[in-house]
Design a protein around this ligand. Structure first.
Ligand code: DLZ
Length: 282
């Protein structure tokens, strides 16, 4: 049922710019903003959100809390952008440190980090979203190219924003989705790419043997990933109607090509970490 949680705060133009710059510097991802003749909105997306209810003692914490990995750097950045409005780092009573950023009389943001993040959460290894130095193969089908070219643009946009160079991206076009697994395997076996992103579009209403193709494509891509050890990501739309496909290619429900690309970046990074035996605790 739940899709997201949004906190809305109004700022003067100057604070809006200042706070946007700080949040970007801290690594928040820009969401899709909006504007009309009087106002504008700039959403910033956090990887994890939480709605926390508290019963009991009076709260001294600000009502917006932003957890960061490196509190000292966050404090330096906040001082750079807001000077004295950013307070000193202090210990809390809950095994963490925090500093306040007083934006106006009513609005204070607290930036905080656990003293020992490894103790506060189970150990986990996860991939980063930095694609610099990574090489990608993208297999895209020409069937329903009106949709698949949008998926490709989404994937390229994601890779570029994540730091990949265009010279390190090899695009392979195939006739239809059925041909994707074979081309994906050839690319993976070539050793020339770190991950393969697969993009296609199957529309049930317009494909008499839809089930057979969809099953075969999914199985083939998975098999290529498992047998070559090269991460493959799945950006093949399987839709009931053309309208659904348009929605998933960037209109209403995000862009599946973008998602497949970001997953490829993460999985490539994860593979590198697991091979090196790394566990960063976060
Ligand atoms: C034949 C076919 C049909 C009917 N529909 C689609 C589709 O919706 N999406 C797609 O990517 N490809 C389709 N194809 C083509 C097959 O994937 C394949 O390219 C041909 O059967 C030739 O092997």
């Amino acid at each position: 049922m739940i899709r997201s949680l949004t906190l809305v705060r109004r700022f003067s133009r100057e604070k809006f710019e200042q706070l946007s710059a700080l949040l970007r510097a801290l690594g928040f991802e820009d969401g899709a903003g909006w504007s009309d003749e009087h106002s504008r909105g700039a959403p910033f997306l956090a990887p994890v959100g939480r709605l926390e209810l508290v019963d009991g003692r009076a709260l001294t914490e600000p009502d917006i809390l932003i957890e960061v990995r490196d509190l000292d750097t966050a404090n330096q950045l906040a001082r750079k952008h807001f000077h004295d409005a950013a307070g000193e780092i202090q210990d809390t009573t809950w095994k963490s440190r925090i500093f306040p950023l007083q934006l106006d009389a009513n609005l204070r943001i607290g930036f905080w980090a656990f003293n020992d993040p490894a103790k506060s959460a189970p150990k986990a290894t996860e991939g980063e979203l930095n694609a610099s130095g990574m090489r990608f193969g993208i297999v895209v089908s020409r069937w329903n190219s009106f949709i698949t070219e949008r998926l490709l643009q989404g994937a390229l946009d994601c890779l570029r924003r994540s730091g990949a160079k265009f010279a390190d991206i090899h695009i392979v076009r195939v006739p239809g989705s059925f041909e994707i697994p074979a081309a994906a395997r050839l690319l993976a076996e070539s050793g020339a790419v770190d991950a393969v992103i697969t993009l296609g579009c199957l529309i049930r209403g317009e494909t008499s043997h839809y089930e057979h193709i969809a099953t075969e494509v999914t199985r083939g891509i998975g098999q290529s990933a498992q047998e070559t050890g090269v991460p493959h990501t799945y950006g093949v739309l399987t839709c009931e109607t053309l309208e659904q496909a348009i929605d998933r290619a960037g209109l209403k429900s995000g862009n599946k090509g973008w998602e497949a690309a970001t997953t490829a970046v993460e999985m490539t990074s994860l593979k590198g970490k697991l091979k090196r035996g790394a566990s960063d605790g976060g």
